[in-house]
Design a protein around this ligand. Sequence first.
Ligand SMILES: [Zn+2]
Length: 412
Amino acid sequence: MTAVGSLIILAIITSGCFGVYLRLRQIQNVSRNRNTVPQDFVREVSLSDHQRAADYTIERTRFGIAELVFDTLISILWLTAWLSPLYLFVAHYSESSITRSVMVVLSFGIISHFLEMPFSLFNSFWIEEKFGFNRLTLKTFILDELKTSLLTCIIMIPALYAMFALLGALPDTWWIFSYATFMTLTVAMTVIYPTLIAPLFNKFTPMGEGATKERMESLLLKCGFESKGLFIMDASKRSAHGNAYFSGFGKGKRIVFFDTLLEKHTLEEIESILAHELGHFKYGHVFQIIVQSAVLALIAFFAIYYAFSSGIISNWFNLQNDPGVVLIALLLAKEPISLILTPVLSWRSRKAEFEADDFARKIVGQEAMVSALTRLTRDNLASLTPDPLFAAFYFSHPPVPLRVAQLRIEIS
Ligand SMILES: [Zn+2]
């Protein structure tokens, strides 16, 4: 390995250590506040609920440390010891260079997936189970695994073949075409996913007639929101966590409520949650996210192009200059860059959440939104006292105490 290669390994280790440091801060802050419910929540959240949320957060964060350390070690092993032999092994069995590249990426994906599996099993069947959230059965878990693997193969194998074939045919411009195809697929996915893929995993039932539907429809009308209807998803099949979202574009937009959300909230709260989701739509957040991923993907495709045509990545790590190997190496070496990018993306996302909250407040008033957020936090055992630095780095949603404070400030 060259000096640059060693520096990248060092950067991967450093970003892993920094991730552990942030998680330790989170554990420390949550345990320190374990015995006091924050002032704003003393009426709605009991001390025992607050302590349970702290225990849940601490346990999940400890688990997060183990996973991060494991992932960092595995990334280093791939770059320094496993990737090259894997390529040689695959090369032994495949004649064509395109098939070889595809097979390398595929075998890497399969091995990584199996290495990760104990963690997802432990998460669902140990932590989530212990705190009463898990409703996943082993049967559903295995079925999910099979469906996901099949779907990944159906999408990834042709995509990789096309990309590597293009790379051979148009060595200088392939990445522009691949990028254009990738973006087309990404946008198409916003339509394909809710209508074709999500129904493979969950049942979506149109919301039945009644008070809830009436309230939601009049809210949609009030906000001038056209949609393909309101759906209830059987999220309770996997987990007791509640949520709502909308998906799709134009007139094909669907609004989806988790059944677990409808079970636990009052009509006013459900209305405020929908109003919040509509806020995301009104402020163009979905479009912003697509633009953001378009920019990131452009940089990624250029990086693959540059790394392969210049051969630098293979040089740095003493790897074969095969496009499959280069692709994997880039994927593994990007961790230090993600560390810089994560807080920026999280910050943007939190800003959007505040905007959507503000929109909801204007439509349904602050109290419904405050009470929905409080109930969501309590039911999902989210900590009310996260570490500020940890939250700044990783939280896509602002901590609930800040959201509630913000909702209450703006009214005066
Ligand atoms: Zn939101």
